[in-house]
Structures are given as structure tokens and as C-alpha cells.
Ligand binder design. Structure first.
Ligand code: ASN
Length: 304
């Protein structure tokens, strides 16, 4: 018979009674409530999340495969809903999803303090929008979240001056080197935008070698909290960008076909990590400190 009391649990089940976790849960609840209210107020339609699909975000870094074979189909767990967001714009012009994502990160990501194998992002997309539309939209959402958290908790956070300052990856690399993010995040005292990242095929290229995308970086070493961009939507551009990123085109045949038929539209959007925002607002050292059932890269024995 299994001696239940002898099973050792990561962090111990007692941590669920930690007052700081209850505090984070309250902040998370406010973030989700205010976000939902905000997007509905701005005329966005809320979608249900997609959790399995033959296609998902290819990401620009490697993770452990998370696929499930079912009959003739190989489903993969959603890494982000970016491709489904683009397709969903056929059904509604402005959309958002509170979207569970699974990214089985390799062990080296454990040291960042901001990666979980399973996390939730608020993912949104707006047909016909440009980068500044999304940046201003998020700043407004962020201010409303801050006001609510201030009012309902004792957190010493203040409303922030907007628009946030904007930098480019080019200038930050000159100043801090290729791995600019940690030092830059520690050097700022308010969130800031960083433009022009070379990454996945779907972020639109403007001038050759320059990308119409943006990340939001939290201050104090909390690092990246949102990423997004204007999107490639034309068939030939998508093929060219996928080939350049050495992607397996056969795996994305249905998406490429939708683009060929003209079903993808110009759009822009972004996604912000819920746990990362809560960690920043609560000032906690690591992302698992704000998660009830965290899955941390590199750990392997889980009970919940
Ligand atoms: N949600 C992001 C976006 O909209 C994509 C991602 O999470 N990788 O660009």
C-alpha cells in the first residue's frame, strides 16, 4: 500500500496556505477581471482557447515536443494561439483569449525565474491595426489594472506615465550586448517598449532586416512581459519568411493554403503573460512564487 504521507512534494502542499500566495491569487483575479472588462469595453470578442491542433506557434527557440497522436492526426499542445488568432479574424474584427499555453522548456530556462512549462497568456489581435494602436491599447489596459490593484490591495504601486518610453533592439544591443534584456530591465524604473526583434515568421518585416514588432519590458529585472507585432498575411511573404526560418512547410500546409486563398488579413496584436504580470505586481523573486500549481523547467517529479 502506498504510504501517502511519505510522498515528497515539490515545495510541499503546505505552500498553498502561504499568505503571499493568497495575495498573488487576489492580484491575479483582479488582473483577469479588469482585462476581461477592458477588452469587452473596447469592442473585443472573447474567444475560447484552442488547446490541441495540428498546427501551433513554431516559436523561435526549441522546446521539448508535446504532441498527441489521435487516429490519423498528430495534435500538438498550444504554444500560443497566434495562427488561430489570424484565422479567427475571419469571424470577428477584434478578438482576445485567456489562453493556456504549454511550452516544455529545456532546463536552462529554470534560471530565468520567469518560465513555466504551463502558463496563461492574454492573447489579442485586431484586424487592420498597426503597432502604435496595440501599444496604446495595452498602456490603457495596464493603467486600469494598476488602478484596480491599488484600490483593492495595499500594494505600493503607482499609476504610470504613458506612453511608455520606446527603444530599439539595435540601440540596446550596442549598449548592453546581444543578451541586452536582463541588464536593460534592471536599468529602467518604468515599463518600456522595445521595437524590432528578429524572430518568428509571422511578425511583419518592414524595411528588410527590420521587424514591425514590440516587446514590453518590466523594470527591476522582471524582464519581458508582452510580445506582439504587425503580421505577415500575404501568401508569398509567408512562404518566404517560413523558408528563411527553415520551417517544415508541409506541417503548416493548411495555414499556408488559407493564406493562398486570401483568408488572412493585415492585423496586429500581442500576448501578455498573466503569471509574469502578477509576479511583477507582487514583486516576487520567481514566477512559481505566484502560481498555485507551478511546473518549473528542469524539475521532473510532480504531484499536482
Ligand atoms: N502572443 C504572441 C503574439 O501575439 C506570440 C507568442 O506568444 N509567441 O505575437
Amino acid at each position: 500500500m502506498v504510504e501517502l504521507q511519505q510522498i515528497e512534494m515539490i515545495g510541499g502542499v503546505e505552500r498553498l496556505q502561504d499568505k503571499r500566495l493568497a495575495d498573488a491569487l487576489q492580484v491575479q483575479s483582479i488582473v483577469l477581471r479588469e482585462t476581461t472588462r477592458f477588452f469587452h469595453g473596447q469592442g473585443f470578442t472573447q474567444l475560447l482557447p484552442v488547446m490541441i491542433s495540428p498546427i501551433t506557434d513554431p516559436l523561435c527557440h526549441s522546446v521539448v515536443d508535446a504532441s498527441i497522436r489521435y487516429g490519423e492526426t498528430t495534435f500538438t499542445l498550444t504554444k500560443s494561439m497566434i495562427l488561430h488568432k489570424q484565422l479567427a479574424l475571419m469571424a470577428a474584427e477584434k478578438i482576445f483569449i485567456i489562453s493556456p499555453n504549454v511550452r516544455l522548456e529545456h532546463e536552462e530556462k529554470a534560471s530565468t525565474g520567469r518560465h513555466l512549462l504551463e502558463f496563461t497568456q492574454v492573447d489579442f489581435e485586431w484586424k487592420g491595426a498597426k503597432a502604435p494602436d496595440i501599444m496604446r491599447l495595452f498602456e490603457n489596459l495596464y493603467q486600469e489594472v494598476i488602478l484596480a490593484v491599488q484600490k483593492e490591495t495595499n500594494k505600493p504601486i503607482t499609476a504610470l506615465p504613458v506612453p511608455f518610453k520606446t527603444y530599439t533592439t539595435e540601440e540596446l544591443m550596442k549598449h548592453y550586448g546581444v543578451d541586452w534584456e536582463p541588464a536593460f530591465s534592471r536599468s529602467i524604473s518604468e515599463p518600456a517598449w522595445v521595437l524590432d526583434h528578429e524572430r518568428e515568421f509571422y511578425d511583419k518585416e518592414g524595411e528588410p532586416g527590420h521587424y514591425l514588432n514590440y516587446d514590453l519590458i518590466y523594470p527591476g529585472g522582471f524582464g519581458e512581459g508582452l510580445s506582439g507585432g504587425e503580421r505577415e498575411h500575404e501568401h508569398t511573404r509567408i512562404l518566404m519568411r517560413m523558408e528563411r526560418n527553415k520551417m517544415d512547410l508541409r506541417a503548416y500546409a493548411s495555414y499556408i493554403d488559407a493564406a493562398r486563398k486570401g483568408f488572412l488579413y493585415p492585423s496586429a496584436g500581442a500576448g501578455f503573460g498573466v503569471e509574469r504580470m502578477v509576479r511583477y505586481l507582487c514583486g516576487r523573486a520567481r514566477i512559481e512564487d505566484v502560481s498555485l500549481f507551478p511546473k518549473v523547467p528542469g524539475q521532473s517529479a510532480y504531484h499536482f
